[in-house]
Design a protein around this ligand. Structure first.
Ligand code: ADP
Ligand code: MG
Length: 684
């Protein structure tokens, strides 16, 4: 037992056949120890157990056939260092020519009159089929399902398979299983040794199924235990119990009436905050549904009871905008709002921090600058984070620690399908803003190809001439890629000199300094710029009601939800708005996606579609939600396992909240592994 545990901790470099050079390549795959390697699951499998007749193999497609060698052509040298070998095989019905480039080894491995499984892309035509450099397995091979690993430079799937295989053979049979024996028994899970062996080199389909079930279960149970533990630590008493508060001075000062959905969300949150346990609520609202007004109403109630509210936004632009909006809504009723961002000078920051610590500002808006150690509050009662998917669990936790178990409200514009949200957050409460403010006109959406771009520009100019504003969005795959950035900058210049000569055009991208960004955004918000050419930094939350038209270049590069977010930058005021999606992509899926977007304006419906088409990565990738990344379990496909583990995790945590009993030692280790030691500590 101990043997395996120390083996798992061994740096990958010292494994047989690895060494420093390969270890560096493994590092790129986040594989550092033997334990990481054994948990580096295949991304796919090649299943040789189900070959097709050669006659049914379609040229252009990849397939597996089983055939016998009947002729071997001698080596042909085409030029120096380049040889072709041809081997002719048949399955009795049709022949196939196997072409091998430069690999004498593979050529020799295919023996005359012997039968093999061949996997590769079929070329040629229906009558003369060929397969170049196939993957070959002898007929006698027992394990017909082969792993396919994510590869990286210097590490092929095959090499990884070999290393995993030698590691597996070094494992003793009684490999330490972190899962309590009782759960393994009750759930009918296979043993860990079996699971590890068969997830990499399955004996057959059913063994693979067992292995996958076991590892999926393990991963979800770990996730649920970790989340529950975080939550149970938040379930302490709060000193910020907010008594029923009259909001009329606030609502009377608003230039509009709150929608029914906004009123409901406010009511629900106020009811939460009237209790002695801290609120933990998610407000989900489609773009433009008015989440900020909900935040303002709650901040007002807190202020009237002598508590501070901190609102954290993911970018400077958004923090600044929130500050302006909250000031607009709150200063008429005597509640002061301040802004703290990283862009301020140290002197300004220091002065402001003193005032915050003294409680002079009941509402503090900021970027992640708010979580710095030097920021403290006089009486922090409510923490609001906007667009939560930009923050890690840890960042939010650090802000929460600045109060005495303050209430927490998370505002999200990524509509997570409700079922998924409930699953993942368990007993987190959710308010949905499912009603847009009155008088909003639907955004007309069109998908066009780039040859119609000039006409679209003409249409945009017509709007600018009428005093409206517009956006042109150019996607950057990587905000840090200088080459791409230059391309966008050059494009913006071309637009301002040629297509939009005589108009006030601004450029906004992620690499600009905060102050520059703010200057551009400010100028646009004030109407000094007519057209804003931007990368996706405008994606979240930017609110300029006079902007009525948005054109999105290379629309195929975005997911539905993201396009919907971008589109939500317009249609925020009284004017009818337009969104133009430009794409020359002819792919079936792209066209379908863009068509759906033209037909639907319901963010929740779109996110369900996105979930179906692209999987849940967009909602639950660790990057987006601050949740740990999953290696094998799928939020979309393994929903029943997720439900089951949630119930089991609840029972375990109810008995042993800290997972400190010896029987749960393995589980505690797994939670620590999945959530990362560093982040975990910040909750203590
Ligand atoms: P989001 O939910 O996308 O963050 P915002 O809070 O930015 O939406 O609000 C979008 C716009 O709608 C803002 O200009 C805001 O002032 C306005 N708004 C919010 N609530 C209402 C309402 N009840 N009636 C009219 N306009 C509203
Ligand atoms: Mg917003």
């Amino acid at each position: 037992m101990a043997v395996n545990e120390s083996l798992f901790q061994q740096p990958i470099q010292y494994l047989k056949g690895v060494g420093p050079k390969k270890a560096a390549a493994y590092e790129k795959l986040n594989v550092r120890t033997a334990g990481d390697l054994i948990r580096f699951y295949p991304r796919d499998y090649l299943d040789f157990s189900d070959p097709v007749p050669i006659a049914a193999a379609v040229p252009g497609e990849t397939c597996i056939v089983k055939a016998t060698v009947f002729r071997k052509q001698p080596e042909q040298r085409i030029r120096k260092g380049m040889s072709i070998f041809k081997v002719f095989v048949t399955d009795g019905e049709q022949d196939l020519t196997v072409t091998i480039f430069n690999s004498k080894y593979l050529y020799d491995a295919l023996e005359l009159h012997k039968t093999y499984y061949l996997y590769g892309k079929v070329a040629g035509n229906l009558y003369r089929k060929e397969m170049a450099s196939p993957v070959v397995l002898p007929e006698s091979e027992q394990r017909l399902i082969r792993p396919v690993y994510h590869q990286t430079e210097g590490l092929t799937s095959k090499t990884i398979g070999k290393d995993v295989s030698s590691l597996l053979s070094a494992l003793s049979d009684d490999v330490y299983d972190p899962m309590p024996a009782q759960i393994v028994r009750e759930q009918g899970l296979c043993h860990l040794r079996f699971a590890l062996q068969n997830i990499h080199f399955p004996k057959d389909r059913s063994a693979l199924g067992c292995a996958r079930d076991r590892l999926t279960f393990e991963e979800f149970l770990t996730l649920q235990l970790g989340l529950l533990r975080l939550k149970s630590r938040n379930r302490k008493e709060t000193s910020a119990v907010i008594p029923p508060t009259d909001l009329t001075p606030f609502t009377d000062a608003l230039p509009f009436t709150l929608t029914g959905a906004q009123q409901r969300a406010v009511r629900e949150a106020l009811a939460d905050m009237n209790r002695t346990t801290p609120m933990n609520r998610l407000v989900q609202g489609d773009v433009g549904s008015g989440k900020t007004a909900v935040a303002a109403a709650l901040a007002y109630a807190l202020a009237k009871n002598g508590f501070q509210t901190a609102l954290m936004a993911p970018t400077e632009i958004l923090a600044e905008q929130h500050c302006r909006t909250l000031q607009g809504m709150l200063s008429p009723c005597g509640v002061k709002v301040c802004l703290l961002t990283g862009a301020m000078t140290p002197k300004q920051k220091a002065a402001l921090k003193d005032q915050i610590a003294l409680g002079e500002y009941p509402v503090v808006v900021g970027t992640h600058a708010l979580v710095q150690d030097t920021v403290s509050f006089a009486r922090l009662g409510l923490v609001i984070t906007d667009e939560q998917h930009r923050f890690g669990v840890g960042q939010r936790a650090r802000l929460i620690q600045k109060g005495d178990n303050p209430h927490v409200l998370v505002m999200s514009a990524t509509p997570i399908p409700r079922t998924l949200a409930l699953m993942i957050y368990g007993d987190l409460d959710i308010s949905v803003l499912d009603e847009l403010p009155k008088g909003r006109k639907p955004i007309e959406t069109y998908a066009i190809s780039s040859d119609k771009r000039k006409r679209a520009f003409g249409y945009i100019k017509k709007h600018l001439d009428q005093g409206r504003q517009g956006y042109i969005v150019c996607p950057l795959i990587d905000e840090n890629d200088a080459g791409e950035l230059n391309a966008v900058t050059a494009y913006a210049q071309k637009l301002s000199r040629e297509d939009f000569a005589g108009y006030a055009v601004g450029l906004l991208h992620g690499r600009m300094k905060a102050a520059e960004k703010e200057a551009v955004m400010g100028a646009f918000a004030r109407g000094e710029l007519q057209l804003l050419v931007s990368t996706t930094v405008i994606e979240v939350g930017v609110d300029v009601p006079n902007a009525v038209i948005i054109l999105i270049e290379n629309a195929e590069r975005f997911g539905l939800s993201q396009l919907h977010q971008l589109r939500g930058r317009v249609g925020r005021g009284e004017y009818a708005s337009t969104c133009i999606l430009v794409s020359d992509h002819r792919g079936e899926e792209t066209r379908r996606r863009l068509k759906i977007l033209c037909q639907t304006s319901d963010g929740f419906a779109l996110s369900e579609e996105d979930l179906k088409m692209r999987g849940p990565g967009d909602f639950f990738g660790s990057r987006q939600h601050g949740l740990p990344g999953l290696k094998i379990a799928s939020m979309a496909e393994d929903m029943d396992v997720l439900k089951k583990t949630q119930a089991i995790a609840k029972t375990i945590i109810a008995d042993d909240p800290e997972l400190s009993s010896p029987a749960h030692r393995g589980l505690a280790d797994m939670v620590a592994d999945l959530f990362g030691q560093a982040d975990e500590n910040s909750f203590n």
